[in-house]
Design a binder for this molecule. Structure first.
Ligand SMILES: N=c1c2ncn([C@@H]3O[C@H](COP(=O)(O)OP(=O)(O)OP(=O)(O)O)[C@@H](O)[C@H]3O)c2ncn1[C@@H]1O[C@H](COP(=O)(O)O)[C@@H](O)[C@H]1O
Length: 110
């Protein structure tokens, strides 16, 4: 599964050298971080709306599609900041043996 993210990360790196008229990713980099963040926010809202609809209809097609858009634009954001998908995968892997409840509790300790 993470092979796809790794491959996409490599494509995103390559697109930093592409021209905006030939590449959507390059066009986002050219427009800058604020535009990329706008897209991340927009896609997050679309994913939320799709999830609400999926709950009503029982059809998850749109929520999968919109989540892919959200993940994609989040990866463009990371790439713009010089970070790779691997950094996020590493962070998720680090959390494997840590219960979310235990971690949250540890945050409240001095
Ligand atoms: N995974 C994706 C991917 N997911 C979504 N999108 C694009 O993200 C855009 C977001 O959808 P919207 O409906 O918000 O688009 P929009 O209304 O035109 O956007 P705005 O004009 O409002 O900014 C669409 O143009 C989608 O095609 C993607 N574009 C590219 N990729 C990957 O990135 C690679 C490089 O793409 P290019 O840079 O275009 O070569 C591709 O080979 C793919 O692997």
């Amino acid at each position: 599964m993470s092979d796809v993210l790794t491959q996409l990360g490599e494509i995103l790196e390559e697109r930093k050298n592409a021209t905006a008229d030939a590449s959507y990713v390059a066009s986002l980099h050219e427009k800058g971080l604020n535009k990329i963040l706008e897209k991340v926010g927009e896609e997050a809202i679309e994913a939320i709306i799709a999830a609400k609809d999926a709950k009503l209809t029982g059809d998850n097609g749109d929520v999968v599609y919109e989540t892919a858009d959200l993940w994609f634009h989040s990866l463009v954001m990371l790439s713009h900041l010089g970070e790779s998908p691997q950094a996020v995968l590493n962070e998720l892997a680090r959390r494997f043996d840590i219960s979310g409840l235990v971690e949250k509790e540890s945050r409240n300790k001095p």
